[in-house]
Design a binder for this molecule. Structure first.
Ligand SMILES: Cc1cc2nc3c(=O)[nH]c(=O)nc-3n(C[C@H](O)[C@H](O)[C@H](O)COP(=O)(O)OP(=O)(O)OC[C@H]3O[C@@H](n4cnc5c(N)ncnc54)[C@H](O)[C@@H]3O)c2cc1C
Length: 156
């Protein structure tokens, strides 16, 4: 990655000399990492982006709703342990989205799935929920999509 970036800079006549640079992955949501403790809840990027495509705007909006409800309940019950916050996140429709994206991320970055197909499928699933359309757009070379398309099955 550094090599590609460095070459790209050179083509633009940008010389960064001997300065050192480093990169790190953005934090993504993980089941194993806590997102709340007594008197504290994490939202949006602080809780983690979705790990497949790195989107975070839609999740930040959902977190706003969940956090607002959580805080209202906490003040109403004078209980600020936030023990059930993660459960509230995961039972929201955004939680389902996180789970689906987490499964997809492991396939994508484990080399099991073609990123372009997944990206298009991801958006079409949200927009139309139909494998037939996906198969139509991406061509007839994907056995799984074709099988589902011939049965008229919806994208999961
Ligand atoms: C270059 C780039 C492109 C992106 N493209 C997309 C995209 O196409 N689609 C998508 O879904 N997501 C995208 N994202 C991710 C998306 O922007 C974030 O996931 C989303 O904005 C997170 O919202 P947030 O409210 O959690 O955090 P933020 O939007 O980062 O808001 C945090 C706010 O807190 C403020 N703040 C920080 N520290 C303090 C402090 N100590 N006191 C007071 N205020 C403080 C900051 O100034 C900021 O305004 C992109 C991100 C980047 C960087």
């Amino acid at each position: 990655m550094k090599q590609i970036f460095s070459q790209e800079l050179k083509t633009r006549q940008i010389n960064i000399g001997s300065e050192s640079w480093s990169s790190h992955p953005i934090r993504w949501y993980s089941d194993e990492v806590p997102i709340s403790q007594h008197n504290l809840i994490l939202v949006g990027d602080a809780a983690g982006i979705e790990p497949a495509f790195g989107g975070g705007i839609h999740m930040a909006l959902s977190y706003g709703e969940i956090a607002a409800r959580t805080l209202i309940q906490a003040f109403q019950s004078s209980n600020f342990t936030f023990r059930h916050y993660k459960q509230a996140v995961m039972s929201h429709f955004m939680g389902g989205h996180i789970k689906a994206c987490t499964r997809l991320a492991s396939k994508l970055y484990g080399g099991e799935e073609d990123p372009l197909r997944s990206l298009v499928g991801h958006f079409l699933a949200g927009q139309f929920g139909s494998r037939n359309l996906l198969s139509l757009l991406l061509g007839p070379d994907n056995a799984e999509y074709n099988k589902a398309a011939s049965k008229g099955t919806n994208i999961k």
